[in-house]
Design a protein around this ligand. Structure first.
Ligand SMILES: [Fe+2]
Length: 380
């Protein structure tokens, strides 16, 4: 049937039986269709047709009313004439597409308006019909539009789920990686009980200094990690040396000082994405006067994260009891004096200044330190 002023099908029951299932609304009823046309008869015909297709329908005689009904019913389909009073079809189309991106929109136009109809497609219409139209054509176009809408929603949901799954897996990988690192830290702690509290404190001090110096959050995260694992290479140090209560011989000192490079080699495959943390591991025993280990870097040639950790590490070594230091530890005040004495030779003066400033102003709360007083500094 072709209509300038169309009529509904003469066999509605048969048509309804052939119809694809109409999507459900939020209230689990059939989906809503808004029919917008300023001509009542055409509106009624389309409404009747869409009702037979299984939709609940709401009629609007202009664009403003159509927009209100779309929002009120959370409609799935808009059938709209292009020429209407107040808000015309194209304006309605743009507003509806912007507000309800999942809405299927079929525009209806006269033959003479084909170029406008093409324009409508470029502005977000799903399809368009030209008058006069066949009822079967309306049905087919609406079903196509609804199928396209369904596929778009499915596609978007699939991408959302995929993204959520990727995020979940990335988080799982991150967790496994942390478990792997923690296993190494645990293994070292079994050999060297001192390391546990030491690594946590060095990480805290270094992160606090880095924040004080204005380093960015990514650096802070990696410095925190670097502090936790900076001595991991001591896994490769003999326990007899690691836990020796007496002063170390030169050979034993050389042996223990292999730990930055051993740690670096151990962690490099795991921390490829965290080069700042690796720098902490490899260079936390470098000195600004170039007399440090393992590479004798000097001044700003030593990455700032390693210069920061060196100060944090030495401060904790001085203020904590250690097996290879005969006398235990020195007071915080004495350690500050020692840091200042070594600023410019062993340590970066700016880092020492930031750290001592944090302690003396009370902005760094020192955690409980080791219990035995007295003694000299050893190998951190
Ligand atoms: Fe160390």
């Amino acid at each position: 049937m072709t209509m300038q002023q169309p009529e509904a099908s003469s066999a509605p029951d048969a048509a309804a039986a052939e119809a694809e299932p109409v999507p459900r609304n939020e209230d689990d009823g059939p989906a809503w269709c808004v029919v917008a046309d300023d001509e009542p008869r055409l509106r009624q015909v389309l409404t009747r047709l869409m009702t037979m297709e299984g939709f609940r329908c709401a009629e609007a005689s202009n664009g403003v009313e159509a927009l209100r009904l779309l929002g009120q019913h959370r409609a799935a389909l808009l059938l709209s004439d292009l020429r209407m009073p107040q808000l015309d079809g194209l304006e309605l189309l743009e507003a509806a597409h912007a507000d309800y991106p999942d809405l299927a929109i079929v525009m209806i136009t006269a033959v003479a308006d084909v170029s406008t109809a093409v324009q409508a497609l470029s502005r977000g219409a799903t399809d368009y019909l030209t008058k006069p139209f066949h009822i079967e054509e309306v049905r087919a176009r609406v079903r196509q539009a609804m199928e396209k809408r369904r596929l778009q929603i499915e596609n978007r949901d699939y991408h959302d789920q995929l993204e959520a799954r990727v995020r979940e897996q990335a988080s799982r990988i991150e967790e496994l990686y942390r478990v792997g690192i923690q296993a190494l830290v645990d293994a070292l702690e079994v050999k060297d009980l001192y390391t546990r509290g030491h690594s946590v404190r060095v990480s805290l001090y270094a992160t606090t200094i880095a924040r004080e110096l204005g380093l960015d959050p990514t650096m802070l995260e990696q410095i925190e990690l670097g502090g936790h694992v900076h001595d991991i290479g001591k896994i490769g140090v003999r326990e007899s040396v690691l836990n020796k209560p007496e002063r170390l011989t030169p050979d034993e000192y050389q042996h223990i000082m292999t730990h930055p490079e051993v740690g670096y080699r151990l962690l490099a495959p795991l921390l490829a994405h965290a080069p700042v943390a690796l720098n902490v591991v490899l260079w936390h025993h470098e000195r600004v006067d170039g007399q440090g280990l393992p590479h004798g870097l000097d001044g700003s040639g030593i990455p700032v994260e390693a210069r920061i950790t060196a100060v944090a590490d030495s401060f904790d070594a001085m203020t904590s009891a250690r097996p290879y230091r005969a006398g235990g530890f020195i007071t915080v005040e004495a350690a500050i004096v020692e840091l200042r004495r070594c600023a410019g030779t062993q340590f970066d003066p700016h880092v020492v200044s930031a750290f001592t400033g944090l302690i003396e102003s009370g902005r760094l709360h020192l955690p409980p330190l080791a219990p035995q007083p007295g003694g000299t500094a050893g190998v951190a």
